[in-house]
Design a protein. Structure first.
Length: 278
């Protein structure tokens, strides 16, 4: 399987690690640590040294209850970082749902649009359809960040997530966007209960039948805290375990904060996969 992005054709036969760079003061995990352009770029460089295959840069927190960030503020946060990070030699993703930011990022040479709203905002679909090759990650979210955990989705999450992502993918394909440019993210923690999140992990292979590569984002999520009792800053081991379980169930990309540790764990997994059988 391959994922076509603006500058890179990614071979997904081996899982890829997407390193998270939050240029925000209020991210649930590392808010404020990389809010300046300088510290964000230093973090980008560090994640590449640690083995990140992709960098995902975002300027608006999507943690539950967070108010939206005005366009100009998000632009001021992310554009200076994207402008420099695009030179680091790895695929660059921008985590945004605003079509204005999407277009400006693509104009800078960014490779992937990572949208928690799955291109539902007016104009977002047009941006992707108007670009010849950028990659796009469509995520499932029930509700919106401000209210999603007050009233989580009901029933079996797996078919609901699958059907939603299939519909959004078909909307892109009707606009001429190749299937090779589209990846799916089931949206762990976005308007779902702890039980639904783990059902999505346990039955993740059911999401693979449509043929799209799957991106899994379990890093430091509250569901890991719910089952371990670990605070956000103590969720390294659960996060790496969830990333490995996701890869073992067919995920091609894992979006993580702890790149070095995840890369090391995946090397062990890969060695086991390539070991000779009896």
């Amino acid at each position: 399987m391959q994922w076509q992005t603006a500058r890179f054709l990614l071979d997904l036969d081996q899982p890829k690690v997407m390193g998270i760079v939050n240029v925000t003061p209020d991210s649930f995990s590392d808010g404020g640590r990389f809010v300046s352009t300088r510290t964000a770029l230093e973090h980008c460089e560090e994640l590449v040294r640690e083995g990140a295959d992709i960098l995902d840069i975002g300027g608006e927190s999507s943690r539950p209850g967070t108010p939206p960030v005005p366009l100009e503020e998000e632009r001021a946060r992310v554009m200076p970082v994207l402008r420099e990070a695009v030179r680091l030699g790895v695929p660059l993703s921008v985590d945004t749902y605003k079509p204005e930011i999407m277009q400006e990022a693509l104009d800078l040479g960014v490779d992937i649009l990572n949208d928690i709203w799955a291109l539902q905002r007016p104009g977002a679909l047009d941006v992707v359809a108007g670009h010849p090759s950028c990659g796009v990650c469509l995520m499932h979210m029930h509700g919106e960040p401000q209210t999603m955990q007050r009233a989580p989705m009901q029933g079996d999450a797996v078919p609901q997530v699958r059907d939603f992502l299939r519909d959004r993918s078909e909307a892109l394909r009707r606009r001429g966007v190749s299937v090779t440019r589209i990846a799916w993210d089931p949206g762990i923690g976005f308007g779902k209960t702890v039980e639904q999140n783990f059902a999505l992990l346990a039955r993740q292979r059911e999401l693979l039948h449509e043929g799209y590569p799957l991106l899994a984002g379990w890093s430091r999520k509250s569901s890991l805290g719910a089952v371990t009792g670990a605070a956000v800053q103590d969720r390294l081991v659960p996060s790496v375990a969830a990333a490995l379980l996701a890869v073992d169930r067919g995920a091609c990309i894992v979006r993580v904060h702890d790149v070095r540790e995840t890369v090391a764990a995946l090397k062990v997994w890969s060695a086991m996969q390539s070991a000779p059988g009896p």
